[in-house]
Design a protein around this ligand. Structure first.
Ligand SMILES: Nc1ncnc2c1ncn2[C@@H]1O[C@H](COP(=O)(O)OP(=O)(O)OP(=O)(O)O)[C@@H](O)[C@H]1O
Ligand SMILES: [Mg+2]
Length: 471
């Protein structure tokens, strides 16, 4: 090397070394000697002055001369790790202050570690606490069960967690840097801007909006916003309330149906009186003349049928409570079929009965069992196409200890996804359904210590089997 150049270079390094002494850091090199003692190879920076350490380490000064034993003990572990090739960061607490040190291994030609270099600087503990708090906050943020969005004052999204991406079905890149008002359409945009101003004045706001995912799925989302949760960032928590809303709507519908049921029961009651006089007068005419006898007999049988149906209807709408007694299931099934035949006939569906003779009376709640058969037959009729048939059969098990009722249709059947969901409250595939029939039936069967089995094949049909113990 050119001697003049060398001199310039040495001067430059010396100047640099000198200027480092005005920096509030400690830049150092350390070696481990044969006795395992750490000795300085280099030292610069003014941090030691700030700490009040009077010794200025020169090459060969031992670390022990500089700091108290207890302090060095805290450095031993990271130092040893650095000598084994791992970069280390350590914080040493000095009360109100801490020394933060990072140590890097320096490898020689043979990849052996002869020396480590490090930088230390003083941090105030509040800074450290802030750092730790921020770290904790980040962990909370990322692992929170809630979907969280952090926005700047202009509503620009600064950060989102994974749950928020999941909920909105958008990636972080698609969200961060964009305005949060994009989720509100039409008037909603103006409204949220207004509300956002309130957030900036420190008010907590809450609301709901309807969101369409990129897949076209519509979700009902609840949001709540709060000012300045961290450093000029305002937090918005999102919650998917689609299912909850749906359940609420269905409950309302079920409630409305209840009311309709009560009304219908009232109407049925009112029909009974004129029907009685109608019947009386027809009988009167029949007694007085032989003319039209054939027609009058038909009128009377039809009136009887109407009466029977109304009676059934009234009984059903009256009682929800359990009323166990010894009852004849054959009668219950016959009554049920009578009740549903009108609906079946309208679809030109024949309900075929095959009921074993000599079925013993069983201890049950006859009204509730009727409710069960009605639900299954109604479902079977609804699933069937015009002109199909629905079968109901009953037999005793071989040991005569169980009663088995099967309701079978050749209708639309169910695929696996539907099969998994049936019996859950409010699950329905019908526009007019409430999705309560199977749930109520399952519960009643359970109360009778019975069992329900279902077999179904898409487009082929369905068979429900109810098994109830005789005793
Ligand atoms: N026999 C059947 N064939 C095909 N699908 C059926 C049958 N029975 C039940 N299901 C399916 O199960 C769902 C739930 O039936 P459930 O009786 O509980 O409610 P629903 O009939 O839809 O309404 P509700 O009975 O309250 O009027 C139905 O919507 C239908 O998809
Ligand atoms: Mg039903």
């Amino acid at each position: 090397m050119n001697k003049q150049y060398e001199e310039v270079e040495i001067k430059r390094i010396a100047d640099f070394h000198h200027s480092l002494n005005h920096c509030p850091i400690h830049l150092f090199g350390l070696r481990r000697d044969a006795e395992g003692e750490y000795k300085f190879t280099y030292s610069a920076g003014s941090m030691l002055d700030e700490l009040g350490v009077s010794i200025k380490p020169s090459p060969g000064t031992s670390l022990n001369d500089l700091y108290a034993k207890e302090l060095i003990a805290e450095w031993t572990d990271p130092l040893e790790k650095a000598f084994s090739g791992l970069t280390q960061t350590a914080n040493i607490n000095l009360g109100v202050r801490s020394i933060r040190t990072t140590i890097y291994p320096v490898t020689g030609k043979n990849q052996d570690i002869l020396e480590v270099v490090g930088t230390s600087y003083i941090t105030s503990n509040s800074e450290l606490e802030n750092d730790q708090n921020l770290k904790k906050f980040k962990q909370l943020f990322n692992h929170a069960m809630e979907a969280i969005v952090l926005c700047r004052s202009n509503m620009e999204i600064a950060e989102v967690n994974d749950r928020a991406c999941e909920l909105l079905q958008l990636s972080k890149e698609e969200l961060i840097g964009h305005s949060a008002d994009q989720f509100f359409v039409g008037n909603g945009k103006e409204l949220i801007r207004k509300k956002w101003k309130e957030v900036l004045y420190g008010k907590k706001i809450k609301g709901e909006f309807r969101y369409k995912t990129p897949d076209g799925l519509v979700k009902e989302i609840e949001y709540s916003c709060e000012k300045d949760i961290v450093d000029k960032l305002h937090v918005t928590v999102l919650k998917d309330v689609t299912d909850q809303k749906l359940t609420e709507q269905k409950l309302l519908k079920a409630e409305a149906l209840n009311v309709v049921g009560e009304l219908a029961a009232g109407v049925a009651h009112e029909i009974r009186n004129p029907l009685t006089s109608l019947k009386g007068f027809v009988q009167l005419i029949q007694n007085q003349t032989d003319e039209f006898d054939q027609y009058l007999t038909i009128i009377l049988t039809e009136v009887d049928r109407i009466e029977h149906i109304i009676k059934e209807f009234l009984v059903l709408s009256k009682s929800n409570s359990q009323n166990f007694m010894m009852s004849c299931v054959t009668d219950i099934i016959n009554d049920t079929v009578d009740l549903l035949n009108t609906q079946a006939i309208m679809k030109n569906i024949e309900i075929k009965k095959d009921l074993e003779d000599h079925i013993p009376l069983i201890f049950c709640d006859p009204l509730q069992l009727k409710q069960v058969f009605i639900n299954f037959l109604k479902n079977a009729i609804e699933a069937s196409a015009v002109g199909d048939c629905v079968e109901i059969n009953m037999k005793l098990s071989r040991e005569k200890d169980f009663l088995q009722v099967q309701i079978r249709d050749y209708g639309c059947g169910m695929d696996e996804t539907v099969m998994k969901k049936i019996g859950k409250p409010f699950f329905t595939t019908k526009d007019e359904g409430t999705g309560l029939g199977l749930m109520v039936s399952t519960n009643i069967i359970k109360h009778h210590n019975g069992r329900l089995d279902v077999k179904s094949k898409k487009d082929k049909g369905t068979m429900f089997t109810i098994t109830i113990p005789i005793k």
